[in-house]
Design a protein around this ligand. Sequence first.
Ligand SMILES: Nc1ncnc2c1ncn2[C@@H]1O[C@H](COP(=O)(O)OP(=O)(O)OP(=O)(O)O)[C@@H](O)[C@H]1O
Ligand SMILES: [Mg+2]
Length: 149
Amino acid sequence: MQKKYRISSEKEMHDFARRIARIAKVGDWISLIGDLGVGKTIFAKAFIAELGFDGEVSSPSYALVHSYDPPATKVSIVHADLYRIENDSEYLELGLDDALHYAIILVEWANKYPMRLPDNHYTIEIEKISDNIRDITLNIYGEGVSRWA
Ligand SMILES: Nc1ncnc2c1ncn2[C@@H]1O[C@H](COP(=O)(O)OP(=O)(O)OP(=O)(O)O)[C@@H](O)[C@H]1O
Ligand SMILES: [Mg+2]
């Protein structure tokens, strides 16, 4: 299933991320794709907040992966950034394949590394149109299709 949206503020990005968070389940993989500064981390912050986390969500650019677990969140979330991943062993070290068994996976720069995606995944491509306007292309594969109204 593919849908396209144009949003015109950061708040609308928060609303969009919250809608996705409400249908996401353990084992879902969410790829966030788009150039520097389009809003991938802004999406992730609103997503993680919707699932109950009220602390600081920082960009995983340096640590490469951050985990959020109950009771701070309703469900475990693993937030990763593949920008600096250059080979299989670096990718495998992140443990994302294993995390799929117990968490929702959010991946910035998912297009930087060719991993095998699980059946239930979402791709969210964000394009910057102007300072505040973004075009979003949402693709949902697998069980999420029937959960997206
Ligand atoms: N409609 C919008 N949606 C999302 N972010 C917006 C929007 N309008 C303005 N912004 C601004 O764009 C910036 C997006 O930054 P963010 O860190 O989320 O980008 P990113 O895609 O994660 O970049 P990077 O590739 O460096 O990780 C923020 O400063 C945010 O305030
Ligand atoms: Mg980011």
